[in-house]
Design a binder for this molecule. Sequence first.
Ligand SMILES: Cc1cc2nc3c(=O)[nH]c(=O)nc-3n(C[C@H](O)[C@H](O)[C@H](O)COP(=O)(O)O)c2cc1C
Length: 183
Amino acid sequence: MTINTPIQIGGISLKNRLIMAPLQQYAGTPDGFATKHHTEFYSRRANHVSLVIVESTAVSDSGRLFNNDIGIFTDHHIESLKKITEAVHAKQTPIFIQLSHGGRKSSPLVTQKLIAPSPIAYDEHYGSPEAMSLADIQQVAEQYRIAAKRSVIAGFDGIEIHAAHGFLIHQFLSPLSNHRIDA
Ligand SMILES: Cc1cc2nc3c(=O)[nH]c(=O)nc-3n(C[C@H](O)[C@H](O)[C@H](O)COP(=O)(O)O)c2cc1C
């Protein structure tokens, strides 16, 4: 086995072991739409790797990590993402999307209401979040579900859930940011 040995992961055949990790491009429109930059960037990477994972993509307009990241929080976002999947598929390369919610580390520039498992600020830049109610938690889960459906419509072959780097799911996993005593 070498780095060039093909591998089957579920229903996906990869031509080698080189996978492009998700990498923020900071090049989305103010409304979170992917642009020509994204299509060209990911299409070029598809020449060399066996799987492209598109950067962190917000499931909610109040969960964007940066003011210029991309999102999939409305049906309108599907079209610009579809251009990326079509360009990468044209290179016979599968493509996944990474779905994210920033929680207490959502961009203060574009977030109306900062939410987190507990009302503990990450730092002064982000400010104090509100503790999520059960209804808030259900709403975010629903936003992930709808984002996953939109991802399939946009042509993605798989989904990576962003649960690292101190963002919302990571906030639930860490006792530093999760002081909840409920379920
Ligand atoms: C500019 C930049 C943007 C990144 N964007 C993301 C991202 O959107 N999602 C993610 O999970 N990781 C992101 N990362 C982390 C990388 O995917 C990767 O895990 C990290 O650079 C460590 O990998 P390495 O040891 O191969 O450098 C980013 C890293 C950099 C430098």
